[in-house]
Design a protein around this ligand. Sequence first.
Ligand SMILES: [Ca+2]
Ligand SMILES: [Ca+2]
Length: 412
Amino acid sequence: MAPRKLVLASATLAAIVFSTGCTSPGSTGPQSDSPRSAATGATGSTGSTASKAPESAGAAFPAGTPGPDGAPFTVAEVATLDAPWAMAFLPDGRALVTLKGGTLLLVDPASGATQEVAGVPGVADAGQGGLGDVIVGPTFATDRRIYLSWAEEADGGTRAVVARATLPADGQPRLEGLTPLWRQDPSSGNAHYSHRMAIAPDGRHLFISSGERQKMEPAQDLGTDLGKILRLDLSGQPPADNPFASRGGAAARVWSLGHRNPLGLAFDGDGRLWSSEMGPQGGDEVNLVERGGNYGWPRASNGSHYDGRDIPDHAAGDGFVAPKASWNPSISPSSLMIYSGAAFPAWRGDAFVGALSGQALIRLDLDGTTATAADRWDLGERIREVEQGPDGAIWLLEDGSSGRLLRLAPTG
Ligand SMILES: [Ca+2]
Ligand SMILES: [Ca+2]
């Protein structure tokens, strides 16, 4: 586990409470989306540094150590968190970080100091479910609005929920006015929620990835949310110009179908929507998400079923939209970020995928509508989230009960 030693940044140690939880990455299957260990070893970091001024603008970030061989970046460890799942930066430079167990943190990315945000709803923390994605609304500067997803108990199992809330600028960090916008229908077990969110560049449309809950065939059924990417307005209603709006019901929410477990969702600089999707045995995908497109699951996949049964590969003329990139064997793509920062100018417009079983950060060259796998940096840990910081640094969250928050900055 040499990479863990490489990235310890001593300047940050005082602000970090380390977990003693198991970090063995080999304890889950190669394509599992489950954390690498159960909910053991709570870090107890929340609130422990709440008295520290949450300022980061202009603050010095911790110095990093060299990244993997050939990487043009250093890696600095900023915090260690208990099963972090997603992060999003606020305009003031702080970051919101979700912990799968149901905690939302405000993190000072310079010191690693954390504050717990109150008012987070109860979550169904089991299997792949728990607190999920967090994004900052397009009008946050004026209305302080954020969007949150999580898994909740429901008749017949659990389901994903997406809600909006406000994060007041003053007082103790808290959510107010929590308003559910969408509940995944139907309910099911505790896997393949997806529940990743992205707001279109027009600032008016919320896209939600809704996994197929391991049910497979519903991904082809317009009558359910399962296996779809959905498009709603910011009040949760299906816009009249959605591709299947005239059919009403669940179909009216659908933007694209035939998805398995799309855990990454991001817009590029030209307004195209991309997703990263967990395939079955092999066949992980990066897709360009087109209006009304059918992405084939479970009828077409460049992978196969876990029991070895074949699934026809994507092929011209099969009626399905083929992935722009796919992986065999699996990498287990957890997250997707399209880079637009200044720190790595050569990578502007490129896509970055965090890999769970692949334990890597992967870069794809995006050129218009094509995507070409370009770099794969072995990080020695399951990568749960990839995000771009305000200064163009690349931020990662590791998976599991002692998942580190890492900052990747240009070398030299
Ligand atoms: Ca994010
Ligand atoms: Ca196949």
